[in-house]
Each structure stands twice: as structure tokens, then as C-alpha cells.
Write a protein that binds this ligand. Structure first.
Ligand code: NAD
Length: 477
């Protein structure tokens, strides 16, 4: 079995232990054994990043841009192969996996350009004869902690801006998906970054992640994952004065109004609730439907769901791959049971599906006649499970959409400009979609949410500089 090591100070370093990376579509398929860093190795990676920072932080932007562009080009050139790896370890179907890899490549190329465009400001002082410069400088050593559901795109959207703006990085991927992270690290290792600028430490959150979060030499933590873990990380960071950025869960509403185009509404709901096995922070899990279209919508969506093929991520014509793990499958099934017990009506799906291989296959589940107070409408399930909430009109739909602890993405299906514009302004979410799925975003514009979904500056696009740089105001007399 091939072993994959950590990358520290420009060297591949063996782990104290290794874990097996298992394919959720076929539990007999192991992708390899991946190193688990010990706290001492995490400290070595942080020390290497610290040592590399003074030179890297003032390095030429052409060299930075070239290295990032090289990473992006290689990812794009290898998108089929990296897509297969991603599909095999995480379980999203091959076209989605290739799409995610493509996105990662584009992100590196975007930030290859962005590091040439880090502008400042020059202002007159209120004191005559003095000028004021406002510039941005790199933050320092940054710890990056990522979840399993986007094994290459989320690492890319943190690593690329961190390096572009002159920071040094210690990256810890999710324990379930070290394969894509390792492949990305291997590409970065050959792109021309000096030793110590980029480090990979694989392993569990409680050991490797916690060691990064608490280390006083780490200037900032960018985290994507669950609310509970994120809030604990924020508390630890704030306690020692480190900068922190959190992207967390969602319970995203998709409003469907009477005047919606039924075909469009059904397709976007099916896409955003169930594709990627519902394992997207931007997935629509609450479908809020007005009376006049309700029955037609439920029937048509249930029909569409029956046409979705559930199976292995690399299987021909498969729409929905497996759930990522046994623990996640159990969580999904538990919530389906909770929904039933709460009195919601299971319209279709929710059963474990047997395949040719042993994997975590689950038929997408749709509940109807659910109410906003039910747990299935309040807590993030993070699987292919959605529920319909019937409402009398737009005003009620908006109120239900906003009645949540989360605020990542919110969608509306309508042909009314009036309601589309009103929703765009009044949905309490970081991202609003009109006649589009709540999931599926561009790579060059800000990404993030409000309320329990996010904390700190936005990620991606030009807005990424807010977290990865610190502002300096200089007075020149
Ligand atoms: P998770 O919170 O369990 O883990 C996320 C990362 O944190 C992993 O790398 C994990 O090892 C690490 N971690 C766990 N405990 C830690 C600790 N004590 N200290 C430091 N690090 C620790 O989340 P997950 O199950 O990997 O991912 C699913 C969650 O991610 C969902 O809630 C989903 O909504 C969220 N998510 C959010 C976004 C977004 O941008 N808003 C995107 C994707 C996923």
C-alpha cells in the first residue's frame, strides 16, 4: 500500500502513524495510507513557516504570480486524473469532481493575477505638508483548516490568496480526504515556493488542528467546517489575539412562488438539494413553497427525484454518489427518523440503497407538510434530505426563509421582478440566488454568509485580501 507523507520545510516527512483513505463508493478500495502528524511535527511546520516568512513577505510579486500560475496550470492540465481521485475519496460524481478540480485551478490562476493588483491608497493629511499612505502587508503564518466536502476547491481558495499576499501556510485537510490535499501539496511543492512557505500536516482535528489553533506563532486561522468546531476555534484564537475567519454550516432556504416556472423551480431544487449528495454548505434543505404551486411542485419534484440514479461516484450515468462516511450516513438516517417522528410526510427516498459494491448509498429524501419549528428544518443535516414548508404567500415565505440561525445562501424561484428584487434585499444571507440553485458559485467574487454561517471577513475574489493582509497607515512629513 502506498504511503503519503507530510510536507514540512520543503521535505516529505514520515508520520508517526498512518490512516487508510477508504472509497465511500466501495469500502474494499483503499486509496493509500496517509501520514498523521504529531503535535511536534505541527510545531516544526509552524517554525519552518515562521522562518520563511521574513523573506517571503517581501519577495517579488512576479515570482509569486508565476508560481501560483504554474500550480493553476498543472491542476487544469490534470483535471481528469485529479477529478477521479477526488470522486474516489469523497464520493461526488465524476463530472462534479472534475468541475471542482477545474475551479481549484482557476482559483490559483485568479490569485496569480491578484497578487499583482494589491493596491493601496494615498491621501492628503489634515495636517498641511503631510501625506498618508494606506497599504496592505501580509498577515504572517496562517493555519488553514478545511472540511471534507470540497477536498480541493476549499484548500485552493484558502492557500492561493494566503500565498499570493505573501503569507506562509500550514495546511491541515480534513481527515476523510487527505488524497486530494496531498496531490495539491505535491503540485505546490514543485512550483517554486521556497522551503517553509507552504507546509502540509495531515491528521485529526483534535490533535493537528488543535495544535495549530493554539500555537502562539500562528497569526491567523482560516477555518471551514461545522459551527461547533468553528466557535471553539474562534474562542481559542481570540483568547490569544490571533485573527480568525470561519465559514460554517447552512440551512439554506429555496423559496418557490406561485408565478415560478415549474420546470425551472423543480430543476434548481433537485440540483441544490440533492446533487453532491446534499453535502454542500450551500445546499437547499428548506423548500418554501406557496399554496398555488405547492401540489404541482411536490409531484413534479418527487417525479424528478425518481429519475436520479444513485450509485458509485465513478459509475456511468450516476447522478448522486454515496454519502461520505458511515457516521454521516447514520446522521442522515437519524434525521430522516426524526422528521417522521415530528410528523413530516416522507414523500420519497430515505432508504439505504444496495449497490454492486459495498458503499454508503442513500436514496435522496423529500419531506412534505413540514413546519419551520421541526428539527429537520432547524438543524443542518448535511445529506440528501430536504423538506417542503407550505406557505400562503411571498411575505410568509420570506419570514420563514429568514427564520433560521444560519445565513449562507438563499434562493427564490419567481418570474416577478418585484418579488425577486425584494427578496434580494431582504433575504438574511450572504449570497442570494434568483432562479438559480442556492449551490453553485463563481470563483472570482466574495463567498460567505451571515449569522451562524460565517464569522470574519469574506473569502474569495478581491475580498480575500481582508483576511490575508493587515493594513498599515504611514504618515510622510
Ligand atoms: P468539521 O467541523 O468536523 O471539521 C472541519 C475541519 O476542522 C476538519 O479538518 C477537522 O479535522 C477540523 N477540526 C475538528 N476538530 C477540530 C479542533 N478541535 N481544532 C481544530 N480543528 C478541528 O466539519 P466537516 O464535517 O469536515 O465538514 C462539514 C461542515 O463544513 C458542515 O457543517 C458544512 O456546512 C461546513 N462547510 C461550510 C462551508 C462554508 O463555506 N460555509 C463549506 C463547506 C463545508
Amino acid at each position: 500500500m502506498q504511503r503519503y507523507d507530510n510536507f514540512i520545510n520543503g521535505q516529505w516527512v514520515a508520520g508517526a502513524q498512518y490512516t487508510r483513505n477508504i472509497n465511500p463508493s466501495d469500502l474494499s478500495d483503499c486509496l493509500g495510507e496517509y501520514a498523521q502528524a504529531e503535535p511536534a511535527q505541527v510545531a516544526e511546520a509552524i517554525a519552518a513557516a515562521r522562518a520563511a516568512f521574513p523573506a517571503w513577505s517581501v519577495s517579488g510579486i512576479q515570482a509569486r504570480s508565476d508560481a501560483l500560475d504554474k500550480v493553476g496550470n498543472e491542476i487544469l492540465a490534470r483535471r481528469q486524473e485529479l477529478g477521479r481521485l477526488l470522486a474516489r475519496e469523497e464520493g461526488k460524481v465524476l463530472p462534479e469532481a472534475i468541475g471542482e478540480v477545474t475551479r481549484a485551478g482557476n482559483i490559483f490562476k485568479f490569485f496569480a493575477g491578484e497578487c499583482l493588483r494589491l493596491a493601496g491608497e494615498v491621501l492628503p493629511s489634515v495636517r498641511p505638508g503631510i501625506s498618508v499612505e494606506v497599504t496592505r502587508e501580509p498577515l504572517g503564518v496562517i493555519g488553514l483548516i478545511t472540511p471534507w466536502n470540497f477536498p480541493i476547491a476549499i484548500p485552493a481558495w484558502k492557500i492561493a490568496p494566503a500565498l499570493a499576499y505573501g503569507n506562509c501556510v500550514v495546511f491541515k485537510p480534513a481527515d476523510l480526504v487527505p488524497g486530494s490535499a496531498w496531490a495539491l501539496a505535491e503540485i505546490i511543492s514543485r512550483a517554486g515556493f521556497p522551503p517553509g512557505v507552504f507546509n502540509l500536516v495531515m491528521g485529526s482535528g483534535s490533535v493537528v488542528g488543535a495544535a495549530m489553533v493554539r500555537h502562539e506563532q500562528v497569526d491567523g486561522i482560516s477555518f471551514t467546517g461545522s459551527v461547533g468546531v468553528g466557535r471553539r476555534i474562534a474562542a481559542d484564537c481570540i483568547a490569544r489575539g490571533a485573527k480568525v475567519q470561519l465559514e460554517m454550516g447552512g440551512k439554506n432556504p429555496q423559496v418557490i412562488l406561485d408565478d415560478a416556472d415549474l420546470r425551472v423551480a423543480v430543476e434548481l431544487a433537485a440540483q441544490s438539494a440533492f446533487f453532491s449528495t446534499g453535502q454542500r454548505c450551500t445546499a437547499s434543505s428548506r423548500l418554501i413553497v406557496t399554496d398555488g404551486i405547492h401540489d404541482r411542485f411536490v409531484t413534479a419534484l418527487a417525479e424528478r427525484m425518481k429519475s436520479l440514479k444513485v450509485g458509485p461516484a465513478l459509475g456511468e450515468g450516476v447522478d448522486i454518489g454515496p454519502v461520505v462516511s458511515q457516521a454521516q450516513l447514520e446522521q442522515d438516517l437519524r434525521y430522516i427518523e426524526i422528521g417522521r417522528n415530528e410528523g413530516a410526510q416522507l414523500v420519497t427516498g430515505g432508504d439505504v440503497v444496495k449497490g454492486d459494491t459495498e458503499g454508503y448509498f442513500l436514496a435522496p429524501a423529500l419531506f412534505a407538510e413540514s413546519t419551520p419549528d421541526m428539527r429537520i428544518n432547524r438543524e443542518e443535516i448535511f445529506g440528501p434530505v430536504a423538506s417542503i414548508i407550505r406557505v400562503p404567500n411571498y411575505e410568509a415565505a420570506l419570514a420563514v426563509a429568514n427564520d433560521t440561525d444560519f445565513g449562507l445562501s438563499a434562493g427564490i424561484a419567481t418570474t416577478s421582478l418585484k418579488y425577486a428584487n425584494h427578496f434580494k434585499r431582504h433575504a438574511q444571507a450572504g449570497m442570494v440566488m434568483v432562479n438559480l440553485p442556492t449551490a453553485g458559485v463563481d470563483y472570482h467574487v466574495p463567498f460567505g454568509g451571515r449569522k451562524g454561517s460565517s464569522y470574519g471577513p469574506r473569502e474569495q475574489g478581491r475580498y480575500a485580501q481582508e483576511f490575508y493582509t493587515t493594513v498599515k497607515t504611514a504618515y510622510i512629513g
